[in-house]
Design a protein around this ligand. Structure first.
Ligand code: HEC
Ligand code: HEC
Length: 257
């Protein structure tokens, strides 16, 4: 009987001590330790926690970039799958000593990706510290509770043209530019440097970038004129992982070998 009471009391205490991360949070740049573009940007997180399921939407708005994320965790021990820049991440999460501890693993171009995160709420519940280690470095983001930032998550996203410095034809929200660029690269079987000069994505110096823009206008035109604005033809439709799509089947069967 004593045992039963002891365990009942212990599990009750545990249930009560599970932190509540629900709400909208805004990064406090002064208290955070970030580098590069992230240090200047405004980052927000919107957390929906219900039982063992935690869903986090993130938005990072820089002067000239924007990122959005949608993350799912399950503290019951069940694995969840998240995606970051096209890389699938097998995710395990658990509460450990008042902190949400997250481990994500995946492979990107044959490279192993490992991300370890802890999310620790302050005792008063008004701030939340997220420490991320991806094996190459550690970033600490301190968030303040910010219900007034809820509109950031409901407002229409900023368009690519309004955020980046030299977008002429790409008609997508700014946060999707990274994904579109990954698609361009995969469609042609190249890396970013095929079209971009190092360190300056806005530059039109490389003729490959200018030609890609012509191709983009052509592809948009086909979808608009022929497919009545249904997105049916992509760069991949012709390129299939090659810089120069073949004209004839014989060439196709030789290509890539
Ligand atoms: C096949 C050519 C091509 C490849 C490969 C490519 N890009 Fe681009 N990129 C473009 C074009 C074209 C634009 C401009 C689009 C427009 O004007 O609407 C652009 C624009 C951009 C911009 C906006 C810059 C600004 O401020 O205006 C960024 C950032 C960018 N690319 C990043 C990347 C990254 C990162 C990669 C690799 C993952 C990549 N690109 C691969 C052709 C390419
Ligand atoms: C209707 C078919 C078709 C589609 C769709 C298409 N391309 Fe092309 N693309 C070609 C052909 C054909 C060539 C080769 C032209 C040549 O050899 O002169 C080419 C060449 C290119 C080149 C130059 C490659 C080099 O070796 O310098 C770039 C860059 C390019 N395409 C980017 C794109 C991008 C980005 C998209 C999507 C927005 C796209 N293309 C969609 C047919 C297509």
């Amino acid at each position: 009987m004593r045992y039963v009471l002891f365990f009942a009391a212990a599990s009750l205490a545990f249930a009560q001590s599970t932190p509540d991360l629900n709400g909208v949070w805004k990064v406090n740049k002064e208290k955070s330790k970030m580098s590069g573009m992230m240090a200047q940007a405004d980052s927000y997180a919107s957390v929906q926690q219900s039982g063992s399921k935690i869903e986090v939407k993130t938005i990072t708005m820089g002067e000239h970039f924007e990122q959005r994320g949608d993350w799912k965790y399950d503290t019951s021990g069940a694995e969840t799958t998240n995606e970051f820049r096209g890389t699938k991440l097998a995710t395990k999460s658990a509460w450990e000593g008042g902190a949400l501890v997250i481990d994500m693993t995946g492979t990107d171009d044959g490279r192993e990706v490992k991300i370890h995160e802890t999310w620790t709420p302050s005792a008063d519940g008004n701030s939340l510290t997220r420490v991320e280690n991806n094996g190459r470095g550690e970033t600490t983001m301190v968030f303040d509770k910010s219900p007034e930032s809820a509109s950031v998550f409901t407002a229409a996203p900023r368009m690519a043209k309004d955020v980046y410095q030299n977008i002429k034809d790409l008609n997508v929200p700014a946060y999707r530019v990274g994904e579109v660029m990954e698609n361009f690269s995969n469609a042609l079987g190249v890396r970013c440097g095929f079209c971009h000069v190092q360190g300056n994505f806005a530059s039109d110096e490389k003729h490959e970038k200018q030609f890609a823009r012509t191709m983009l206008v052509m592809t948009n035109g086909i979808n608009h004129d022929v497919f009545h604005d249904h997105f049916r033809v992509s760069c991949y439709t012709c390129h299939r992982g090659q810089k120069e799509p073949p004209m004839h089947p014989e060439a196709a069967s030789n290509a890539g070998h």
